[in-house]
Design a protein around this ligand. Structure first.
Ligand SMILES: Cc1cc2nc3c(=O)[nH]c(=O)nc-3n(C[C@H](O)[C@H](O)[C@H](O)COP(=O)(O)OP(=O)(O)OC[C@H]3O[C@@H](n4cnc5c(N)ncnc54)[C@H](O)[C@@H]3O)c2cc1C
Length: 397
């Protein structure tokens, strides 16, 4: 019997994990990535709940755990940089048990290396047309036929558009930029939060001699695509104190080649598949970076889709099973993302003063662990809100 061929668009988080599992289930996976090489830079991401089991079943949990950022503490500062309070990072960010936090690029590299022996990776190319029989034309001019085509190409998925599954993104009222900057504060596994009305900065580093990452969030109604730029970010944060001038200077000088800016947006689609095409990860159900769940969902989605394709000889039945298992989980995380996006950007001075007061007094409260547990409970519930299919293969860890 010939092995079924699967084309996956996107070598991010979901694409390589899907390829790994398809290889293990006896398929022929090909991953096409628009970037000229694996995009292994980026920011820190959480892997939580059911996604931790997925990493364990995939045999890469130990490698991922070995790259944990080991962040120690979160410090809230006043507008002039004076510290308000420092709290334990794992407790405040709601990490539990075997949950991990690592740099997205490290995770992508680990997943790529697991998939590589049984996967064809093609860089610097992209799908330009898809026919009903599975014939795919690439931007490079080549044409090939595949049994199944998977769009794992992120928030602005090209496959989603080509398959006629596109719908407007849901804008959550803010924009987020992130890039590497000099670690002027010599932060050592510490994250610092700074806020003024309508603007927030988070600055962290995994070690005093490593570069820092500066995340900048500003409230705004939806902007035209042409205005979502570095200059817009610079202008929104101009005129503030603390480290802000040095950050803006570094960003303006272009010292970071990994500058990212985009809307805090969600993808919420009525359908995830059409014909031989199915969507996965952010392309299908991006919950927004505010949720801290996009990576976990990409992992869970990839695992469930591979298992469904392996179980069903026909792609329609496989896509239906994948959507039946993953959709309730994705919807729960869309709801979570909306709620957390609302809390991410501070409103007026009064709400910032209230938050500062809460942070300053929290560690003196004998119930502080219980208080944080109750605040982070919805995250744990959303992270565990899926039943992974039983797998015949052993857990490899
Ligand atoms: C600043 C920031 C902070 C975040 N923090 C967290 C966090 O703390 N926790 C968390 O869980 N998640 C977080 N996320 C979200 C997380 O990064 C994503 O949800 C996750 O990476 C989604 O995985 P994916 O594989 O679906 O898409 P991606 O990882 O985005 O990968 C998509 C891939 O497709 C490629 N591609 C795009 N277009 C094409 C094309 N036309 N042809 C071929 N390839 C293409 C891209 O180059 C990319 O390699 C954060 C995101 C951002 C931006």
């Amino acid at each position: 019997m010939t092995k079924r061929s699967v084309l996956i668009s996107g070598a991010g988080v979901a694409g390589p994990l899907l390829a790994y599992w398809l290889g293990r289930h006896g398929f022929r996976p090909t991953v096409v990535e628009r970037a000229p090489a694996l995009r292994d830079g980026g920011y820190k991401v959480d892997v939580r709940g059911a996604a931790v089991d997925v990493l364990k079943r995939s045999g890469v949990y130990a490698a991922a755990r070995g790259r944990d950022t080991g962040m120690r503490q979160v410090t809230y500062v006043k507008t002039d940089g004076r510290p308000i309070a420092s709290l334990d990072a794992n407790m405040l960010m709601g990490r539990r048990g075997d949950d991990i936090e690592l740099m997205r690029g490290d995770l992508v590299r680990i997943l790529h290396d697991a998939a590589a022996p049984s996967t064809e990776f093609v860089y610097g190319d992209s799908i330009s047309a898809i026919e009903a029989d599975g014939s795919v034309r690439f931007a490079s001019g080549t044409t090939r036929r595949f049994d199944v085509i998977v769009g794992a190409d992120g928030l602005h998925s090209n496959t989603r558009r080509l398959a006629g599954l596109d719908a407007p993104l849901t804008h959550l009222g803010a924009y987020l930029s992130i890039c590497s900057v000099p670690n002027n504060l010599r932060l050592d596994r510490e994250e610092v939060f700074w806020a003024v009305p309508g603007r927030m900065i988070f600055l962290y580093s995994t070690g005093p001699d490593h570069p820092a990452k500066a995340g900048m969030v500003f409230a705004s109604p939806e902007l035209p695509r042409a205005e979502i730029t570095r200059d817009t970010v610079l202008s929104r944060f101009a005129g503030h104190g603390w480290e802000v001038p040095r950050l803006l200077e570094a960003i303006a000088a272009g010292s970071s080649d990994d500058f990212y800016v985009d809307g805090l947006s969600q993808v919420d689609l009525p359908r995830w598949s059409a014909g031989r095409v199915v969507l996965l990860g952010d392309a299908a159900y991006c919950p927004s970076p505010a949720s801290g769940m996009g990576t976990s969902e990409a992992l869970v989605g990839a695992y469930v889709l591979a298992s469904a394709l392996a179980r069903h000889p026909g792609h329609e039945a496989a896509f239906a099973e994948y959507e039946r298992v993953v959709r309730p989980y994705a919807e729960k995380n869309l709801t979570l993302g909306k709620k957390l996006a609302g809390q991410m950007v501070p409103g007026g001075r009064a709400s910032i003063a209230m938050r500062n007061y809460a942070m300053r007094t929290l560690r003196f409260n004998p119930w502080h662990r219980q208080i944080i547990e109750s605040v982070t409970k919805p995250i744990h519930e959303a992270a565990a809100a899926v039943q992974l299919p039983a797998d015949a293969s052993p857990t490899l860890v």
